[in-house]
Design a protein around this ligand. Structure first.
Ligand code: HEC
Length: 184
């Protein structure tokens, strides 16, 4: 073989080999699909990287609403109806039934170790609005209004310093007569 064509052949094999390995990985069931399966190589790192880049570009810098008692109370009601099912309530020891079997397991947002109180509120708002693909974190853009998404985001940003009357809304038995979640 001439040097030129050997080089060309090598180049073509080089270009094809990765997609072929990738195809085999998925086609023959090597990729993890069960929630209990170990993560794919680099899965967590790549997903985090992509999420961070998107949020940096798109998350609003400031909240248009204040963390006043009325908004926090509204946020608490929205949380109990839409989020506690996965993310738990203050003082709840066990991860809720659905959350336990998920991959990744949803962070318990009122557990002091997992709170998002250090995240800028716009970052949380972005996650609530857009969801996080392939994690089970839903997007609420189609079911909550922007005001409602800000209210629940403000609640989580202040989860470590909520007034007592707001905390009272976050009990398992709390009345969750919610204003209709859809305002669109
Ligand atoms: C069906 C389960 C489910 C529901 C319901 C749900 N989430 Fe999530 N949420 C998740 C999962 C799983 C993650 C973890 C995603 C990840 O690891 O990237 C998550 C992540 C988050 C995060 C990011 C936490 C962090 O540490 O960065 C926030 C904030 C959040 N959810 C807020 C909410 C709010 C607010 C609601 C309700 C309006 C809600 N979620 C409803 C499953 C859920």
């Amino acid at each position: 073989m001439k040097r030129g064509s050997a080089f060309l052949l090598g180049l073509i094999i080089g270009i094809l080999i990765l997609p072929v390995i990738g195809y085999i990985y998925f086609r023959f069931g090597y990729a993890p699909i069960a929630t209990a399966a170990p993560p794919m190589p680099f899965e967590k790192k790549m997903a985090r990287m992509a999420l961070r880049a998107r949020i940096a570009a798109e998350a609003p810098k400031n909240s248009p609403m204040q963390a006043d008692p009325a908004n926090l109370t509204a946020g608490a009601k929205i949380y109990v109806a839409n989020c506690a099912f996965c993310h738990g309530l203050p003082g709840q020891k066990d991860i809720p039934a659905a959350g336990k079997g998920m991959f990744p397991v949803p962070p318990q947002l009122f557990n002091p170790d997992e709170m998002v109180t250090d995240d800028p509120v716009g970052q949380t708002y972005w996650k609530v609005t857009n969801g996080i693909r392939m994690t089970g974190m839903p997007s609420f853009n189609k079911s909550l209004s922007p005001d409602q998404m800000w209210e629940v985001s403000l609640l989580l940003a202040n989860a470590d310093k909520l007034p007592d009357n707001v905390k009272a809304q976050l009990q398992p038995g709390a009345k969750t007569t919610i204003p209709p979640t859809s305002t669109k």
